[in-house]
Design a protein around this ligand. Structure first.
Ligand code: NAG
Ligand code: NAG
Ligand code: NAG
Ligand code: NAG
Ligand code: NAG
Ligand code: NAG
Length: 431
């Protein structure tokens, strides 16, 4: 009797142990699957958006980059309420110690906040000596617990070799963007001209545009970075402060452009900074590669090349013979090949130049020029190239005769039409 009981007892313990082991195993498996995304032992939480608000709600962290070009620093890009945020601290979780090292940050505000209360700042920290951490946290006081903070991965620690010659940075796509045909043509043009990658900061677009972005992401051309800035700040569609209750201009364009430069600093030889309705078109060369080779040979101390912007108004459909251009019916948007007239430049107006830069030569950038840099800037003459900017007219009063005929885009007819057709075929077969 007693013996039988003992057997029952051992059997029960055995079953409980099996249960505990399998439970632990499942838990361990889950932990293993999560592990690559988790910060080290003394680190805090993983960010769950491109933008992370700090507890004070006056500072918003985007990302952290190692930068040893001049000094050996960690440069954290953050949007701050610049009149108020004067003190921030970096928390480094070194060598898996339990306690974090805290250092005071230098806050270097980018000078182009255009009157808005929020602007982009470089939050600069030096790493503690012999620190091997891959994460950093930020807080407004030096004495909080790191476990409660968000840990940002420090990017660019291993620079590596470039995988692209040209990366195009499209600052922000917003407002139910639905000009699908022009976007597809533009991406195909970037590829023809020599781009391997296009980084898109996505705020909002139409459903069909989302599918096109997914297609190009799968293809490996486009990298979409979610940019839901309106969750945190009142966004203005204007670049300059309209003195209303808005907090940051133009969907945070300055922040995305700078982030894009640092993201691609070592992975791309050149970075092209323009909007989705703009294409830098060379006149003398067939590709950006051969154009940049010539420009760099002529200007060895230049790292920032600025191109004149020229408007091809979407109201001026040309009367040309378009019989060899497919109509691409059913794809919404403008057809670039229909616009071969540009507005004449206005000598007394600011020209909104766009840039091709060596990202390693740039410290801080604005939209039409850089703010801080290690190399010189150079205005590229109109004979060499222009920014083909296909949009609503800027001088709507001009008659057709006052516009300048410019058929440069037609030089790419054959390959452009073929590539767009191929893309649309694959896209509709396998969206
Ligand atoms: C950290 O978070 C916990 C729970 O979320 C909270 O109880 C604690 O007070 C926090 N500590 C600090 C220093 O903020
Ligand atoms: C970059 O350009 C060089 C020279 O034109 C070319 O040989 C190389 O294949 C290009 N790299 C990529 C990733 O396409
Ligand atoms: C764009 O905004 C609309 C309306 O607010 C929303 O339904 C849609 O999901 C948004 N699309 C994206 C890609 O954010
Ligand atoms: C977005 O644009 C598409 C295409 O133009 C349109 O069908 C849709 O109704 C728009 N959505 C919103 C929320 O405005
Ligand atoms: C347009 O060009 C095609 C050849 O590309 C030609 O066959 C056709 O006759 C032309 N049409 C007109 C109206 O000139
Ligand atoms: C490009 O297409 C247009 C419109 O069909 C045509 O008139 C022009 O001749 C073409 N140009 C070249 C270089 O093929």
């Amino acid at each position: 009797m007693c013996h039988v009981r003992k057997v029952h007892l051992f059997g029960g313990i055995f079953l409980i142990m099996c249960f505990l082991l399998s439970f632990n195993y499942n838990w361990w498996r889950r932990y293993q699957l999560m592990a690559p995304r988790s910060p080290p032992i003394c680190g805090g939480r993983v960010p769950h958006d491109t933008i992370t608000p700090l507890k004070d709600r006056r500072s918003f962290i985007i990302s952290a980059y190692k930068d040893n070009r001049n000094r050996n620093i960690i440069r954290i890009l953050g949007i701050v309420r610049h009149k108020e945020v004067k003190e921030l601290y970096c928390y480094f979780c070194c060598n898996s110690n339990i306690n974090a090292h805290t250092t005071k940050a230098e806050i270097d505000l980018h000078q182009d906040w255009f009157g808005f209360p929020y602007g982009l700042a470089d939050i600069i920290c030096t790493e503690p000596p012999d620190c091997t951490t891959s994460f950093v946290s930020v807080h407004s006081s030096p004495s909080t617990t790191i476990h409660n903070l968000t840990s940002f991965k420090i990017r660019n620690r291993e620079p590596g070799k470039p995988t692209a010659n040209f990366t195009v940075c499209i600052s922000t796509m917003y407002g139910n963007y639905s000009n699908v045909l022009q976007f597809i043509q533009t991406i195909e043009m970037y590829k023809i001209l020599g781009a391997q990658k296009v980084t898109v900061y996505l705020n909002n677009c139409s459903r069909q545009m989302e599918e096109v972005l997914q297609y190009y992401s799968k293809e490996g051309t486009v990298e979409v970075i979610p940019w839901q800035i309106q969750r945190y700040l009142k966004v203005s569609p204007k670049w300059q402060y309209p003195k209303d209750d808005s907090e940051i201009g133009y969907y945070g364009q300055i922040s995305t452009l700078n982030d894009c430069i640092y993201r691609n600093m070592y992975s791309s030889k050149f970075v092209v900074l323009n909007d989705q309705d703009e294409i830098i078109l060379p006149f003398k060369h067939q590709t950006w590669g051969s154009m940049m080779e010539t420009l760099q040979q002529k200007n060895p101390d230049v790292g920032i090349f600025l191109f004149e912007n020229h408007i091809f108004p979407q109201t001026a459909v040309s009367d040309g013979n378009f019989s060899n251009v497919p109509s691409w019916n059913g794809v919404p948007g403008f057809n670039l090949l229909h616009f071969i007239h540009r507005e004449p430049g206005r000598p007394n107006h600011f020209n909104a130049r766009k840039m091709i830069v060596d990202p390693r030569a740039v410290i801080q950038t604005s939209v039409h020029s850089t703010l801080k840099q290690y190399k010189n800037s150079n205005y590229v003459p109109l004979e060499t190239a222009l920014v083909h900017h296909c949009r609503a007219p800027q001088q709507p009063q001009l008659s057709r005769a006052a516009l300048i005929e410019d058929k440069t885009i037609w030089r790419y007819n054959d390959s452009l039409i073929q590539n767009v057709n191929q893309m649309l075929q694959k896209f509709t077969e396998n969206p």
